[in-house]
Design a protein around this ligand. Structure first.
Ligand code: MEV
Length: 331
């Protein structure tokens, strides 16, 4: 079931045309994991790799939904996430009120996104499912992109109780987004980049639980609000500067801010030794900024690598110490 045969070499993601078929993208958070839950802005980039889904429906009275999961994954990911994944799929099916008694459905998930903690694989799965519902079932043929995203958000609740919605929004719309959760609908906008941003990302090989880590951050916030508010304030300053330097295409400044964001995530206690080791190695190999990305306490880190040469050097350095390494770019 697991794709343990993956060669330990950085994979270059192949791009695909946007919104094709049932594609839903993975994501990397440039600024704002955890803080985004508390309704401040974040910047997120979709990666080119995607999950897709096909649905086969048979008329019979079993009402059984069979899930075939052909997605590539880091070892243990699918085992650890099996329960949550099943709950997420059910939430999307319930949202659309489909496949009750009288129909048998087979859902097949695939694509080239390697599932790893931090890459938004869960969001990509549920958004791909929503796209497949639109593609396969005539009564849903007119679903809008916002409705696909809303269905993905429902599914995300299977993975964590209070998702900010950042992952499903990146999975649905792709590109580089500024995203903010609000009391109502989230606000998000696509950022135009002067040029693609080259990134290397690497997995610690540790699958963490988003629900557990988000809950623990909430408990720490409630225990010491002043401590959390001070970190939140520092973060808000970084993300507003980050947006500006991104618009200006100032990669060196962007790198410094990414480093600063990592420091805040360490203070928030969501980084860990394994992530810090990869971050330091990436910087030593020439990355102009590096940070953990996503839930943390395992999962992924990313490195900003402005040229192909630096991207290759950083990937080569990380390949020696990380179980999985990928090269991508934000467009
Ligand atoms: C997970 O990719 C990002 C978190 O901020 C959770 C969320 O935004 O829902 C940790």
């Amino acid at each position: 079931e697991e794709d343990a045969s993956e060669p330990k070499k950085a994979k270059v993601e192949e791009s695909c045309s946007t919104l094709e078929k049932t594609h839903a993208y993975g994501k990397l958070i440039l600024f704002g994991e955890h803080f985004v839950v508390y309704k401040v802005p974040a910047l997120v980039g979709a990666v080119a790799a995607y999950t897709d889904c096909s649905i086969e429906v048979e008329d019979n009275d079993t009402g059984i939904v069979e899930i075939v999961d052909n997605r590539p994954a880091v070892p243990n990911y699918k085992i650890k996430k099996a329960e949550e994944g099943k709950a997420a799929v059910d939430l999307v099916l319930n949202h659309f009120k489909i496949f009750g008694r009288g129909k048998k459905a087979k859902l097949t998930f695939g694509g080239n996104l390697c599932c790893a903690s931090g890459i938004g694989a869960s969001a990509a799965q549920v958004v791909a499912l929503a796209r497949a519902v639109k593609q396969t079932l005539p009564q849903f043929a007119t679903l809008t992109e916002d409705e696909i995203n809303a269905a993905g958000y429902e599914g995300e609740k299977g993975y964590h109780g209070t998702p900010s919605g950042i992952d499903n929004t990146a999975a649905t719309f792709g590109g580089l987004l500024k995203f903010q959760r609000t009391d109502g609908e989230p606000i998000f906008e696509k950022k135009q980049l002067k040029e693609p941003i080259r990134i290397v990302y690497a997995s610690t090989g540790i699958t963490s639980s988003t629900i557990e880590v988000v809950d623990d951050v909430r408990a720490k916030k409630e225990a010491d609000p002043a401590w959390f508010d001070a970190l939140l304030k520092q973060y808000c300053d970084i993300v507003s500067k980050g947006e500006k330097v991104l618009e200006d295409g100032n990669m060196n400044e962007l790198g410094k801010l990414i480093d600063e964001n990592h420091k805040i995530l360490q203070d928030l206690t969501v980084s860990c030794d394994e992530l810090d080791t990869l971050v330091i190695a990436a910087r030593e190999a020439g990355a102009i900024g590096a940070k953990m990305s996503g839930t943390g306490r395992g999962g992924l880190m990313l490195a900003l690598t402005p040229t192909e040469e630096i991207q290759n050097a950083v990937a080569a350095a990380l390949e020696k110490i990380a179980p999985q390494v990928w090269k991508t770019s934000f467009q």
